[in-house]
Design a protein around this ligand. Structure first.
Ligand code: HEM
Length: 466
């Protein structure tokens, strides 16, 4: 890593006065980012400060690494209107469509307005039952492995649960066996999405390379099933408590609804944003509990006190304060969305720092959440930090696993519900230990996940809860 160090005056006259990570000729810092993004950005922020220019090489230009919470608050919230998702996200459109996660400006505002009712209290209540049912099925699946003393890849299990939950809350029980076609398509599409973020030279999907041909057939399979489900529901006119119902009946301010293609794109967005994030967070939570027996005991005590032998439902969740704090602490150390980026529309200045139009601003929660200036004992695992919930006020952007401002995660409440229900249900039945000698290592895909899965041995500790 090569730095051109600079004095950083209080009000730098122009962006060239900011610290610069030069990297290698032609490729800039891309090789470092591709081989160890977490370590690279963490070291850079520690050594060069909270606002650093990072060269990405000839093909990708430059980005601005920002780990100062006040600047992040400005970009994501205070002056959010001046920042769009930008070019990193644009590369995903060809794969996932123009959904709420990727859209910008008035198009995004309309989509947000129309998608929000899908996460209303009524829909969340229905989703709670789906979550409880999926958690119970997972317990049944793990029972056999526990009796045989077999290790299980809990990352895989949690991904499956989260995918199952999102598909059932999207389409209701009517999805039946077609869930499998959707499941089969998602993994290759996600992996292609992440390649597109960091490899700018990947040809667009219409270019008939062998990889693209395969992807197009995967996408066609996904589309066929999703359009079929939309069409069936439109035809039946039936009303349900699922997300598809909310999207079919959503209206914008002018009273217009979403087209089938727009509904398909939103569905793809919900599946992508909702399953891997939740699945990986659950995996990290279990990994942390297995390494921190005092926390594990405290969570179990709370579950005993609040639930006794009863399975958790959505109405129990406000009382599961320590369980929730454990999930918050998990997302502090291992935020599934490890980085968030935006691109400036017009020139801006924040805290005397100039941000030129077109600048890509990268704000990694992973780095901010592990900064000693904001978090004492930053590498330690201590849910007590979150007994009173998430930080608020001026320290809000020292912790932002769900992003912030107008584009804060629409599924934050949904996923907290799901993670509490699944974790509580599992811990009522099992204790989990890592395979001796294994220490899961974090790797970056679209989300932050354990590199080789999370192989754990479940041990039955309680009779089946009622
Ligand atoms: C642990 C689980 C989750 C985490 C950590 C997470 C994190 C995030 C983050 C950081 C953003 C903001 C991205 C940005 O500003 O660029 C976001 C946006 C979003 N998330 Fe989540 N998410 C989770 C679960 C979910 C679930 C379960 C759903 C849906 C069922 C969901 C739906 C969305 C949507 C629709 C957006 C886009 C909001 C907008 O741009 O208006 N997320 N999420």
């Amino acid at each position: 890593m090569t730095f051109v160090s600079s004095r950083l005056p209080l009000a730098p006259p122009d962006a060239s006065a900011l610290p610069l990570a030069q990297g290698r000729p032609f490729v800039g810092n891309l090789p470092f980012i591709l081989s160890d993004p977490l370590g690279f950005f963490q070291r850079l922020s520690r050594s060069a400060g909270p606002v650093v220019r990072v060269r990405l090489g000839m093909a990708m230009g430059e980005l601005l690494l920002v780990t100062d919470p006040a600047v992040i608050a400005h970009v994501l919230e205070g002056n959010a209107g001046n920042y769009r998702k930008g070019r990193f996200y644009q590369r995903l459109r060809g794969v996932f469509g123009n959904n709420i996660i990727l859209a910008d400006g008035p198009d995004w505002r309309r989509q947000r307005h129309m998608a929000a009712p899908a996460f209303s209290a009524r829909h969340l209540e229905a989703a709670g039952w789906v979550m409880a049912g999926s958690a119970a099925s997972l317990v049944e699946r793990l029972d056999g492995a526990a009796r045989r003393g077999e290790p299980v890849d809990m990352l895989r299990e949690f991904m499956d649960v989260a995918l199952n939950v999102i598909i059932k809350t999207l389409f209701g029980v009517g999805v039946g066996a077609r869930a499998e076609a959707i499941t089969a398509a998602i993994e290759p599409l996600l992996r292609e999405g992440e390649r597109r973020v960091w490899w700018p030279l990947r040809p667009p999907l219409w270019v008939p390379t062998p990889v693209n041909r395969h992807l197009r057939s995967v996408l066609a399979g996904f589309d066929r099933v999703v359009y079929e489900l939309i069409e069936e529901r439109r035809r039946s006119g039936e009303r349900r408590e699922d997300i598809l119902d909310a999207l079919l009946h959503a209206r914008d301010e002018a009273g217009a609804g979403l087209t089938d293609q727009q509904i398909r794109d939103e569905i793809a967005g919900f599946i992508v944003s909702g399953h891997e994030t939740t699945g990986t967070t659950l995996a990290w939570a279990l990994e942390a509990l297995s390494r921190h027996p005092a926390v594990d005991t405290a969570v179990r005590r709370e579950l005993d006190d609040v639930l006794g032998p009863r399975r958790p439902t959505a109405t129990d969740l406000p009382q599961l304060v320590y369980t929730r704090a454990t999930l918050y602490e998990t997302m502090r150390l291992n935020p599934a969305v490890w980085t968030i980026s935006r691109q400036a529309v017009a020139d801006d200045v924040v805290q005397g720092i100039p941000i030129r139009a077109g600048t890509v601003v990268m704000m990694p929660p992973y780095v901010v959440h592990r900064t000693a200036a904001h978090w004492p004992n930053p590498e330690g695992f201590d849910p007590e930090r979150f007994r009173n919930g998430e930080p608020r006020g001026t320290s809000k952007f020292t912790y932002f696993p769900f992003g912030g401002g107008p584009r804060r995660c629409l599924g934050a409440h949904f996923s907290m519900m799901e993670m509490q229900i699944v974790l509580a249900t599992l811990l009522q039945r099992f204790r989990f230990s890592l395979i001796p000698g294994s220490l899961p290592e974090a790797m970056v895909t679209l989300t932050l996940r354990p590199r080789d899965g999370l192989w754990m041995i479940p041990e039955i500790v309680h009779a089946q809860p009622a």
